[in-house]
Design a protein around this ligand. Structure first.
Ligand code: SF4
Ligand code: SF4
Length: 365
């Protein structure tokens, strides 16, 4: 297995959690180390919504490549219109049915988002409740901290109390000026209230003892100085009380135009990199029409097919996991052929951020 080179943790990772949580993490690591997909995923992204109230990456200064939605707009231009961003909300009945399948096959971890802002789903608190009642060791969410909190200020406290285990706020800034430039359309004060109310709910003993709250940062030229100087960590960890922080370097999809960069990127070869993701995680789109063996955007070639009834055929999540497209992608990593031309190669992996190693460039502002 190779680690994702684009992702790093600032300071310490969260302290040890419950035995069942640690057991699931061991299986997560084992799948990657042994490149063993077994016959079901460890983790499933259930895309509760594909809508967002922000427009990160849409301004002159912060060009395409920043956001999955915008990345998918790019994919659309490459001719994958049917397989890219269609706005919508997951039907609660579909969510319940998929969640039940996940529980029955032994999935340990659920994430309630892929593209978009999950807190905009009107049933999001109930979604977390249902997952907690079914006993998943990990119930995760990435959020912009605005979304549903614009109209329901205590939403993130409610999510903590419903039993979320990993609540990850995409913050990207240590002050309002940088925030407004990078998180276009976001409201800094709402974000601060959301983080504070989640941290306080957890401190009151609401929710599960496995709950951890993270501040996530995509490092760009706008916030690199805040990250590199330690100001970002001092603000979110020391002042706002989050448990941990992650940094990802901003990568631009192939062909996207941009005026700046905050890292140099080196392409890795298959001899150097085997991706662990197709052996342990998958994504299901909000409409149940598409499944993917990783979270890096999708093309016709890696779609495992729908998990909703089509022409009286209902493919299960397990069927998609063992589909030929998923298996082919796993083979390409197990056999280290993904970087080849032709049948054994996987162009999506060649173009993916995860097969690139960034070296951050120091930026002084
Ligand atoms: S909050 Fe997330 S999904 Fe929404 S525009 Fe920003 S990066 Fe994209
Ligand atoms: S596209 Fe390929 S390299 Fe990227 S995350 Fe998916 S499987 Fe891994």
């Amino acid at each position: 297995m190779s680690e994702d080179p684009t992702f790093r943790i600032i300071g310490n990772a969260p302290a040890a959690r419950s035995l069942r949580y640690e057991a699931y993490r061991r299986e997560w690591d084992r799948r990657g180390e042994e490149l063993d997909g077994a016959n079901y995923p460890v983790h499933v992204d259930l895309e509760s919504v594909a809508v967002c109230d922000l427009r990160c990456g849409s301004s002159e200064e912060d060009p395409q490549g920043f956001c999955q939605i915008w990345t998918h707009e790019h994919i659309r231009k490459l001719g994958f219109d049917e397989h890219t961003y269609k706005r919508g909300y997951m039907d609660p009945k579909l969510y319940t049915a998929l969640l039940q399948q996940c529980a029955e096959m032994g999935v340990s971890s659920i994430k309630l988002n892929y593209r978009g802002e999950p807190s905009l789903h009107p049933e999001i608190v109930s979604f977390v409740h249902q997952a907690a009642e079914l006993g998943f060791p990990d119930i995760m969410m990435n959020t912009n901290g605005n979304g549903g909190a614009r109209t329901r200020p205590e939403l993130f406290a409610d999510l903590v109390e419903a039993g979320i285990t990993d609540l990850m706020f995409s913050v990207d800034a240590a002050d309002e000026v940088t925030y407004d430039k990078q998180r276009v359309g976001g409201d800094w004060k709402i974000l601060l209230h959301s983080v504070r109310s989640a941290v306080e709910a957890r401190a009151r003993g609401g929710g599960t003892t496995d709950c951890r709250i993270r501040a996530s940062v995509v490092r760009t030229f706008l916030n690199a100085a805040e990250v590199d100087s330690g100001r970002m960590e001092a603000f979110w960890r020391d002042k706002m009380g989050v448990d941990w922080m992650s940094i990802s370097e901003c990568y631009f999809p192939a062909g996207a135009t941009h005026q700046w960069k905050a890292a140099e990127w080196e392409s890795l070869s298959a001899a150097e990199f085997q991706c662990p993701d197709p052996f342990r995680r998958m994504v299901i789109t909000w409409d149940g029409k598409h499944t993917m063996p990783c979270c890096q955007g999708f093309t016709l070639e890696i779609d495992g097919g729908p998990v909703i009834e089509v022409a009286e055929n209902l493919q299960t999540i397990k069927d998609a996991w063992t589909s030929e497209n998923f298996d082919r992608l796993r083979r390409a990593h197990r056999d280290r052929t993904w970087d080849r031309e032709g049948k054994e190669g996987e162009p999506i992996c060649v173009n993916c951020a995860v097969t690139k190693k960034p070296t951050p460039i120091a930026i002084s502002v």
